[in-house]
Ligand binder design. Structure first.
Ligand code: ZN
Length: 250
């Protein structure tokens, strides 16, 4: 046990830091890595040159690999408004706090013609007004195929912009979801849910983040948690990320 006490909004919570619940998807150099947005699999390749090879198993002294991947297309990533803005806002500038009260919810997206949509009514029905700053949306069904899905051209589930509006009106600043996007895969570049969330360009919200392509295992129940959103310090609209949930003990 490594218990800590958190005082937040005049309430006291206890969590156990030695019991992290990782909801990120590993990123690997393999065809079984998930892909979205028409990218190929990631590659990890040893650096070669001047008699050097960055691979211990091929005679090198160290493993020293170049990695080629796409933050949006290859796994769990956290993005800021820089994803849709002309201005070069970066996730490293925008995400300045890393612990938040979070609500985990599960939703079976609603079939609407060819789409599967998380609707305003569905979000309202699972919403528990408890000062959470983050919401973690698990879509059902929740098979382990989410770890290796080849999403391109599959029109994955997304969230209606009215539901996004409700969440920001309710105080949500960090939206996490297990689909490749909060918007429809092919919406001719409108990205209404992204624009609604960041209020871009009229009232741009730099501190808000969207995390996509998480995986929330069945062993994690719906309910209230603390979340630690970890990124790499990329000066880019998005970074691979590692969101970690902590159960509330009291
Ligand atoms: Zn993205």
């Amino acid at each position: 046990m490594m218990q800590t006490t958190i005082q937040y909004n005049s309430k006291t919570y206890q969590i156990d830091l030695s019991d992290p619940l990782d909801i990120s998807i590993p990123l690997k150099a393999d065809k079984s890595n998930l892909t979205a947005w028409y990218v190929d699999a990631p590659t990890f390749e040893p650096v070669k040159g001047d008699g050097f090879i960055g691979d211990v198993n091929q005679g090198g002294s160290v493993n020293f690999r170049n990695i080629f991947f796409n933050p949006h297309g290859h796994g769990t990533h956290t993005e800021c408004v820089g994803h849709i803005s002309k201005e070069n806002y970066t996730i490293n500038q925008c995400l300045k706090e890393f612990f938040f009260l979070a609500e985990v919810v599960s939703i079976i997206p609603t079939k609407q013609a060819a789409d599967l949509v998380i609707t305003l009514d569905q979000i309202k029905s699972v919403w528990n007004n408890n000062n959470a700053k983050a919401i973690v949306i698990r879509t059902l069904p929740n098979g382990s195929d989410k770890l290796s899905m080849q999403y391109s051209s599959t029109n994955p589930p997304f969230i209606a912009f009215e539901a996004v509006q409700f969440l920001i009106d309710s105080g949500i600043e960090h939206l996490l979801i297990d689909t490749p996007s909060v918007d429809k895969e092919n919406d001719n570049g409108v990205l209404k849910s992204h624009h609604t969330f960041w209020e871009y360009p009229h009232n741009t919200q730099l501190n808000r983040t969207i995390t996509e392509l998480i995986f929330v295992p069945e062993t994690i129940d719906d309910g209230t948690y603390f979340i630690n959103i970890q990124i790499a310090s990329f000066e880019n609209d998005a970074s691979p990320s590692k969101p970690i949930l902590y159960k509330i003990l009291t």
